[in-house]
Every structure is written in structure tokens, then in C-alpha cells.
Design a protein around this ligand. Structure first.
Ligand SMILES: C[S@@+](CC[C@H](N)C(=O)[O-])C[C@H]1O[C@@H](n2cnc3c(N)ncnc32)[C@H](O)[C@@H]1O
Length: 454
């Protein structure tokens, strides 16, 4: 099997995987694991993320051009169609090449014919690629023939096939930016039409790369100079220790500063957590949802590696990443323990703590540009389940922090039921400060942070 075919088969497998509830599986870890044939991880990620990011638009186009294009078909066949349509529409690749590469993914003569025909119909439906008008809202008013490819490019179809003009705003934005109506409707209700539309566009922005300097190992200026010497451009940002990197995702891992543990990859919004909890040398610290440990390490660095920090997570394999990260950064104040944070359990013997971080599992609606599949896991039942777990973990923090101690609660969701509403309902903790951050192009991710006191 050629490396390309092997890569496509992996993409097909990832895209057709489902979790216990039949929703698209969380594939972040699976994408990173096991490498990629022919060094093709960047391509694999681009295809899989591309399809996940634009899945609803792809299905809308496929459904309009080919009868029974996806309905009732085997998930692996659907994944092959999605990959083909993505490469035609968003990659603007030639039909012949896409058909030839994708055909082996279909099982048997008839499915292969179906795949070839459906992809030919997609290609034939496209008139041309056009720049997006400066005001994307005009398109979102209901243009059935224009699909945004990015913030500044769109594809025009020969006929009005998107079926958005008869929908309400949530439905129009949902199809054009490929998001579930329920999520868009929640954003419209909370933020109004214009901000909701901007959140939809932000969900498909290319994510910028930010880093945090390990200040016990190097200064920011030293790291910038060392990276520049290796051809990686880095810019200091307003936030202490923060850098913006202009490099491919893989490139920074080969640099001296990364290998010497002078740098961690961390989004700007996530970098605000450690300063908010502000741990100091000599304090006893607890991180209840620590893995993979980026914020744990930031806490240890801020406390000059002189505050014993117990890092817990319920996933043992992920907890090992906390240990590996601490070792790479030369931090010795961190110890790890597998623990389900919804219960105090054995942690009762380890407390009380001066400061506790709850960086809770969440719906990820503030980081859709990085976790494109999260949008397809959003629904009201999952929101209720998540909020129940988040409240239970925060209650554990309340029980384990000393009177007068501090708790930071953070999530990379921007939904109120996982943020503002949740912290206000927590007995025993007083809200001192909170911030809802919406994702911004070129800036930090969306998220919610709160400082609470016992
Ligand atoms: C948002 S991530 C934490 C990211 C981490 N703080 C960092 O900055 O690298 C949430 C973590 O919570 C863990 N988790 C989920 N449910 C949990 C529970 N009931 N108790 C403890 N950890 C849990 C997940 O395994 C995941 O590692």
C-alpha cells in the first residue's frame, strides 16, 4: 500500500469512529498517536480536521448534488465521500487526482462508482472561487450559492444549492460555518446576532501557535534569540513569559529551547490561569484535573518550583504526560496521583491546600478552531452531564481548600452553564473575580476563568 493510501485509510478510520453514544469519537489523541506513514502527520491532520470543521457544509453540498449521497450509507463510505468533497471544495484539488486517490477507499465496484460519480457532481457544481466581500454578514443573510472557505475566500456554485435562504439565522450560520443549530442558537440568545456570527467564523480560523517560556530555565529574550538562530520566528506578547511562534506545529519540537525545556506550547488564554491563582513558594497546591499538565507546570514555574503540587487526573495514561512534561521542564515540586475529582475520597488525607486549580473537562466551545470535532459532541444532554461533573469537582476543591484559601475554576468552554452559572451555584466558595474570554482571530482561545475564595 502506498504511503498516501495508508494515510487516507487512517483518515477514513478516524472520521468514521464513533463513541458509545454514536457521536463522532474524540480523536485528538488518536491523531497524535502512532505517527503517520511517510511523515504525513500534517497532511493527515489537515484532512481530518478539515472534514470535521466543515462536515455540515460538505454534507449539504453532497446531499444537494447526489441523490442519497450519504444517507443510510456505511460510515467508512461516508468518510471517503467527505474526504473527497473536502479536497475538491476546500483544497481546490483537481477532480481526476481526487477520484483516483479516493476510489480505493470504497469497498467494491458499485460503491467505487458511487464515490466517483458523487465527487464528479461536486466538482461540476462549482463555478469558481471568489474573494469574500469585506462584509461576510451579507453572505450570512442568505446566499444559497456561496460557501465560505475561510474568512476571505468563498466558493461559488453554478446553482443555489445550499438551502440557507429559507432558514433562520441559527440555521444559516450553522450550514455556512458548519456548526449545530443548537449551539449557534445558544450563542445568538446570549450574545446577539453579530457576536454570534463572529463566534461562528472564529470556529474555523486557523489556530495561532503560542508558547510560554519556562522562566526558571531561560529569559524570554534568550529563547527568542535561540529560536531565531534556528530559523523559528517568535514574538514577545504583553502577557509575561508569552510568545507567539511563527512555525509549523512540528517545527518547534526540533528546536533547542524545546529540547532544553525552556518552553511549553500553551494558548494565551490558558496562560492566564497561573497568574490568577498566583501560587507562592511554600504553599500547598492541588490541581484536580491536571493532564496533560501544561497548567500544572505553569503553576510550578510561578511558585519557583518551591511549592509542593499534587497533580491529579482520573486518566492514568494522560497523567504520565504530566510527569514527562515536568521532567522535560526540570520541575521537581510536582507529584501525581490518579484520582476521580468528583469525590474527595483518599485526598482527604492530603489536604487542606492553600490553592486549588479546577481546569475542568468541558464542551470545548471556546476552542473549536483547535478541536473541530467538539462541535459535533455538543447537545443539551451532554451539557447537563458535563455541568454535573464540573460542579462535583468544584465541590471537591471547596472541601479541600483551607479557610481563606483560593480556588481557580477554568474551562475552555464559553457556555454559561459551565461557567458563570456553575460557580455561583457552588456553596462554600465566594466569587472574587471572573472573566469570559471569547476567541479572537490571531488572539487567544475562548474560555472562562474564575477566582474563588473559601
Ligand atoms: C481540560 S483538561 C485539563 C487540561 C490541563 N489542566 C492542562 O492544562 O494541561 C481536563 C482533564 O480532566 C480530566 N478529567 C475528566 N474527568 C475527571 C474527573 N472526574 N476527575 C479528574 N479528572 C478528570 C481529563 O482526563 C482531562 O485530562
Amino acid at each position: 500500500m502506498s504511503a498516501d493510501l495508508e494515510l487516507l485509510r487512517r483518515a477514513q478510520g478516524l472520521l468514521s469512529a464513533r463513541d458509545r453514544r454514536g457521536r463522532p469519537a474524540a480523536i485528538g489523541a488518536a491523531l497524535k498517536e502512532g505517527g503517520a506513514p511517510g511523515g504525513g502527520r500534517a497532511r493527515l491532520t489537515a484532512w481530518v480536521h478539515g472534514v470535521l470543521r466543515h462536515r455540515r457544509s460538505l454534507h449539504t453540498v453532497l446531499g444537494a448534488v447526489a441523490r442519497r449521497a450519504t444517507k443510510g450509507r456505511d460510515p467508512r463510505h461516508v468518510a471517503a465521500l467527505e474526504l473527497g468533497a473536502f479536497r475538491l471544495l476546500f483544497g481546490r484539488e483537481p477532480l481526476d487526482a481526487v477520484q483516483a486517490e479516493l476510489a480505493p477507499l470504497a469497498q467494491g465496484r458499485k460503491p467505487q462508482e458511487h464515490l466517483r460519480r458523487a465527487l464528479a457532481e461536486v466538482a461540476a457544481a462549482v463555478a469558481d472561487e471568489v474573494p469574500l466581500a469585506p462584509d461576510p454578514a451579507r453572505l450570512e443573510d442568505g446566499d444559497d450559492a456561496t460557501l465560505p472557505l475561510s474568512r476571505d475566500r468563498a466558493v461559488r456554485f453554478r446553482r443555489p444549492l445550499l438551502g440557507v435562504s429559507h432558514r433562520n439565522l441559527a440555521g444559516r450560520l450553522g450550514v455556512l460555518h458548519s456548526l449545530p443549530d443548537a449551539l449557534v442558537a445558544a450563542w445568538i440568545a446570549r450574545h446577539g446576532d453579530a457576536t454570534a456570527a463572529e463566534l461562528c467564523r472564529a470556529a474555523n480560523d486557523p489556530p495561532p501557535l503560542f508558547a510560554r517560556v519556562q522562566p526558571l530555565r531561560a529569559t524570554r529574550e534568550q529563547v527568542i534569540a535561540a529560536l531565531a538562530a534556528e530559523g523559528v520566528e517568535a514574538r514577545a506578547l504583553e502577557l509575561e513569559h508569552a510568545l507567539r511562534l511563527e512555525a509549523g506545529r512540528g517545527a518547534f519540537r526540533r528546536t533547542g529551547p524545546w529540547r532544553r525545556g525552556e518552553l511549553s506550547i500553551q494558548d494565551l488564554t490558558a496562560q492566564r490561569v497561573a497568574p490568577l491563582l498566583d501560587p507562592r513558594p511554600g504553599e500547598r497546591l492541588l490541581d484536580l484535573c491536571a493532564a496533560p499538565g501544561t497548567k500544572t507546570a505553569a503553576l510550578a514555574e510561578r511558585a519557583r518550583d518551591q511549592a509542593p503540587l499534587l497533580a491529579c487526573d482520573r486518566a492514568p495514561a494522560r497523567l504520565r504526560k504530566v510527569e514527562q512534561g515536568a521532567a522535560r521542564l526540570g520541575l521537581t515540586s510536582i507529584t501525581t496521583r490518579v484520582h476521580d475529582g468528583r469525590h474527595v475520597g483518599a485526598l482527604a488525607d492530603a489536604g487542606p491546600f492553600d490553592a486549588v486549580l479546577v481546569d475542568a473537562p468541558c464542551s470545548n466551545t471556546g476552542v473549536l478552531r483547535r478541536r473541530p470535532e467538539a462541535r459535533w459532541r455538543y447537545d443539551l444532554a451532554s451539557q447537563r452531564r458535563l455541568a454535573r461533573d464540573q460542579a462535583a469537582i468544584l465541590a471537591t476543591a471547596a472541601a479541600l481548600v483551607r479557610p481563606g484559601g483560593r480556588v481557580v475554576y477554568s474551562v475552555c468552554s464559553i457556555e454559561p452553564e459551565e461557567g458563570e452559572a456553575l460557580v455561583r451555584a457552588q456553596p462554600g466558595l465566594r466569587l472574587e473575580r471572573e472573566e469570559l474570554i471569547l476567541p479572537s482571530p490571531g488572539g487567544g482561545d475562548g474560555g472562562y476563568l474564575a477566582l474563588l475564595a473559601r
